[in-house]
Write a protein that binds this ligand. Structure first.
Ligand code: CA
Length: 229
């Protein structure tokens, strides 16, 4: 995350709120503290934080109720929420997760554990790239866009060559036998001969142009993609 992740803390106990705020700021978070749900909702309506750290027992509206409300709203449906619950209150934890919280931390908590959990939730909630991109040395492919690039030059590859290259890039350095490549890239199409693999490897090398040396033949074993600078 390039910028500091913003955390909205809803905690009515001033000493705990302060402890959390100080530690989170120290760990590189941007922190806003409010003491009840109405204020939290107001802030969320204005700007979505990256994460909501929400006490369960609050004056007025409960943490569970706010969680349910946020989950029911399209704008806040995916807002990461971590609940703070009292020790041993199993029913609260279950209710919290059922309400849609991503995780909970039990009071009293170690600040290290709290921060580790917040980071884990933020990592899980990071939006997945719409199309995965693989990068190996000067080679990169955008799987969704079906585009391969070597040293800045777009490559012209057929669909099978593209699939082969994707597979090699997912397993860089490993030697793959022809039979293994047939399984992995072509699937269980029994009618295809191993020689077919050689044909497509040859085409893939041609397609790689300046990068053709990256695809090595390992005598008696198969093929592998190497990293080269
Ligand atoms: Ca409380």
């Amino acid at each position: 995350m390039a910028t500091k992740p913003s955390v909205l803390v809803v905690e009515d106990e001033p000493s705990i709120a302060e402890l959390i705020a100080v530690n989170l700021r120290h760990s590189g978070f941007q922190v806003t503290v409010v003491h009840e749900c109405v204020a939290a909702q107001h802030l969320i309506d204005t700007a979505l934080p990256d994460l909501l750290l929400l006490d369960w027992m609050l004056p007025g509206q409960s943490g569970e109720s706010l969680t349910r409300r946020l989950r029911a709203n399209e704008r806040t449906r995916d807002l990461p929420i971590v609940l703070l619950t009292a020790r041993g209150d199993e029913a609260d934890k279950v209710a919290g997760l059922n309400a849609g919280a991503d995780d909970y931390v039990t009071k009293p908590f170690s600040t290290q554990e709290l921060i580790a959990r917040l980071r884990a939730v933020l990592r899980r909630r990071m939006p997945a790239p719409s199309s995965p991109t693989l990068q190996v040395g000067a080679l990169s492919i955008d799987v969704g866009a079906h585009q391969a690039i070597h040293a800045g030059i777009p490559l012209k590859l057929g669909p099978t060559e593209f699939k082969l290259l994707t597979y090699f890039m997912q397993h860089v350095g490993r030697v793959h036998s022809r039979a293994h490549l047939l399984d992995a890239v072509w699937g269980n199409q029994v009618a295809i001969e191993e020689r077919t693999v050689d044909v497509h490897i040859k085409r893939l090398r041609e397609g790689l142009g300046e990068g053709s040396h990256l695809l090595e033949t390992v005598r008696g074993a198969g093929y592998r993609l190497i990293i080269s600078d």
